[in-house]
Design a protein around this ligand. Structure first.
Ligand code: ADP
Ligand code: ZN
Length: 509
C-alpha cells in the first residue's frame, strides 16, 4: 500500500502491538516515521482510525498523500463546506473510511462524539501528544480533555505519538491522557547527520552572514530569532545582502505567512527567518541548516528546531551563536513572566540545561541525547567540541576576582561596569562611585574585556552569579559561588576560540 520495502526501527513492533488492541506511546524523532505506526493498524483493524492532530494546515496534505496511495482518508476541519462535511460523516457511519483526521477541539464536540458512538473507531491516534504537557511551549488546553476517549471507548486502542520527549514529558503525557497501561516504544533520538555547533556571539548578523557565505550558498534553511521585530529586521537585512530570505511569525497576516511557507517548501535556496511559530510539522526533507541567533528556551525546543534540518539524512548544520546577553535576557524574562513560583523554577531548570549544552567541554550530542534518556552514547565525532576540542583553563583565581568585584561594588552593576572596575578604569562613573579605591580596582588588567565577558558569562551559566530580575542586568552572587570565593573549590572553564587566539599571541616567541 505505501510502497516501502521494510519497516523502519520500531515501526513493526508498534504496528503489531496496536493492531492487537494495545495502547502505545510512540517516541520517535521527527522524520522517524510515526505516521505508519497508526496508519497500518487503522487499515488492519475494522472501522475508522481517528487521528487527532493540532496541525489543521497540514491535514489536507496528509490526506491527499494517503488518498494517492489508495487509502480512503478524509479530514474534518473548519475550512470545509457543509456538503463536504456531510459526505465525510456519511462514510464514517458506513464504516468505509479508513482514516479520519480531526482537530482536538472538533473531536470533543457533542456532535462528533455522537457520530463516533454510532460509528466504529478502529483506534485513536493522538499526534503531537506533547501538546498535552503544560510545561511545553506547544501546550493546547483541548488536549487535556482527550482523556475522555479512554472512558468512552475503553476497548479501542490509543496511540500517543510525539517527537518531543524528555522522560518527564513522557510520564506527563501518559498521565494526562490516562493511558497507564500503554506500552512505550522509544527509538533513538540521535540525528547523526546533524552537526551541532555553538559559537560565542559577537556580532550575530555578521557571523550569520559569514556562515551563510562560506557554507550555505544556495541552500534552504531556517534562522530562528526570539522576537518578531528581530525577525523582520534580519529578513530585510539578508534580502539586502542578496539572499532570498522570508520572514515568518505570528504577527504577519495569514496570507503572507502561507505564501512564505509555500515558497520555502517549493523553491530551492530559500531562507526563512522565523520565531518559533514556524516549523511544527514542516516536512521539507532538504533543509540544510538551522541557525539560532537567540538562545532557545530549552533543550527540547532546540532539539525540535534543529531537527528540522537534514530529514533526508544528508549532512546538515545546527548552528548557533550565544552570549552573555542571551542568558541575561532569558533570566529576566523568566523572572518577570508573572508565572507562579513552581513554573519559574521549571523554566530556570530548562535554561540551566540549555546553558550546560552551550558551555559544554565535551561532545554536545551526549548532552542532547542524555536529556532524552540515552546516556550511553559515545562521543559523536560530528559536533564542534568533538571536531575541535575546546581548551579549558583554570579560572579559579580570575573567577574569585570577578566575584569579589561583584560583592565590593554592592551587587548593583552589570558586566560592562564590573569589567571597567576590574581593569582599573578611571572613568567618571567609577571615580564618582569611589570604586577606584576598592581593593578589586585594577586587579584584572591581565585579561581583556572580551575575556572577562566570557568569564562572567560562564559564571552566570554555571549559576555562580545570577542576574537581577528587575531589568538592569545587575549581577548578584548566589549561594553556589561561596566555595569558589573562599578558595575551597576550583573552577575549570572553557576557553573561547577568540580568547584562545589572544592568549597564543601573548606566548613568548
Ligand atoms: P514523523 O511523523 O515521525 O516525522 P513521517 O511519518 O512523516 O515521520 O515519516 C517521515 C518520512 O519517512 C516520510 O516521508 C515517510 O514517507 C517516510 N517513511 C516512513 N516509514 C518508512 C519506511 N518504513 N520506509 C521508507 N520510508 C518511510
Ligand atoms: Zn560530538
Amino acid at each position: 500500500m505505501f510502497g516501502y520495502d521494510s519497516f523502519r526501527p520500531m515501526q513493526e513492533q508498534v504496528v503489531h502491538h496496536v493492531t492487537g488492541g494495545g495502547d502505545a506511546l510512540v517516541l520517535m524523532p521527527t522524520g522517524g516515521g510515526k505516521s505508519l505506526c497508526y496508519q497500518i493498524p487503522a487499515l488492519a483493524r475494522e472501522g475508522t482510525g481517528v487521528v487527532v492532530s493540532p496541525l489543521i494546515a497540514l491535514m489536507d496534505d496528509q490526506v491527499a498523500a494517503l488518498v494517492q496511495s489508495g487509502v480512503n482518508a478524509a479530514c474534518l476541519h473548519s475550512g470545509l463546506e457543509f456538503d463536504q462535511v456531510r459526505a465525510v460523516e456519511q462514510q464514517l457511519l458506513e464504516g468505509t473510511l479508513d482514516l479520519l483526521y480531526v482537530a482536538p477541539e472538533r473531536l470533543l464536540t457533542p456532535r462528533m462524539q455522537q457520530l463516533l458512538r454510532q460509528a466504529r473507531p478502529a483506534l485513536f491516534a493522538i499526534d503531537e501528544a506533547h501538546c498535552v504537557s503544560q510545561w511545553g511551549h506547544d501546550f493546547r488546553p483541548e488536549y487535556m480533555q482527550l482523556a475522555v476517549l479512554g472512558e468512552q471507548w475503553p476497548d479501542v486502542p490509543r496511540v500517543a505519538l510525539t517527537a518531543t520527549a524528555d522522560p518527564r514529558t513522557r510520564e506527563e503525557i501518559l498521565e494526562r491522557l490516562a493511558m497507564p497501561h500503554a506500552e512505550r516504544f522509544v527509538s533513538s533520538f540521535d540525528r547523526p547527520n546533524i552537526r551541532y555547533r555553538v559559537a560565542e556571539k559577537r556580532n550575530a548578523k555578521q557571523q550569520l552572514k559569514t556562515f551563510l557565505e562560506r557554507e550555505q550558498a544556495g541552500h534552504s534553511g531556517i534562522v530562528y530569532c526570539l522576537s518578531r521585530r528581530k525577525v523582520d529586521g534580519l529578513a530585510a537585512w539578508l534580502q539586502e545582502q542578496g539572499w532570498t530570505a522570508l520572514p515568518y511569525h505570528a504577527g504577519l497576516p495569514a496570507e503572507e505567512r502561507r505564501r512564505n511557507q509555500e515558497r520555502f517548501l517549493a523553491e530551492d535556496g530559500v531562507i526563512v527567518v522565523a520565531t518559533i511559530a514556524f516549523g511544527m510539522g514542516i516536512d521539507k526533507p532538504d533543509v540544510r541548516f538551522v541557525a539560532h541567533l537567540d538562545l532557545p528556551r530549552s533543550l527540547e525546543a532546540y532539539y525540535q528546531e534543529t531537527g528540522r534540518a537534514g530529514r533526508d539524512g544528508l549532512p546538515a548544520e545546527a548552528w548557533m551563536v550565544y552570549g552573555l546577553q542571551d542568558v541575561i535576557l532569558v533570566r529576566q524574562q523568566i523572572e518577570s513572566s508573572g508565572a507562579d513560583a513552581q513554573r519559574r523554577q521549571v523554566e530556570r531548570g530548562k535554561l540551566e540545561d540549555m546553558l550546560a549544552f552551550c558551555e559544554r567541554l565535551h561532545c554536545r550530542r551526549q548532552v542532547l541525547l542524555s536529556h532524552f534518556g540515552e546516556t550511553e552514547h559515545p562521543p559523536c565525532g560530528n559536533c564542534d567540541t568533538c571536531l575541535e576540542p575546546p581548551e579549558s583553563w583554570d579560572a579559579t583565581e580570575d573567577a574569585r576576582k570577578a566575584l569579589s568585584c561583584v560583592w565590593r561594588t554592592g551587587q548593583r552593576y552589570g558586566v560592562t561596569y564590573l569589567i571597567e572596575v576590574l581593569q582599573g578604569s578611571e572613568s567618571e562613573r567609577v571615580r564618582q562611585n569611589g570604586h577606584d579605591r576598592l581593593t578589586t580596582w585594577g586587579i584584572g588588567a591581565h585579561l581583556d574585556a572580551a575575556q572577562w565577558k566570557a568569564l562572567f558569562r560562564q559564571l552566570v551559566a554555571r549559576g555562580l552569579l545570577t542576574v537581577d530580575a528587575d531589568g538592569y542586568g545587575a549581577l548578584q552572587l548566589t549561594e553556589a559561588c561561596r566555595p569558589v570565593l573562599r578558595g575551597e573549590q576550583s573552577l575549570t572553564l572553557r576557553r573561547d576560540r577568540r580568547q584562545r587566539k589572544a592568549s597564543r599571541r601573548r606566548l613568548p616567541g
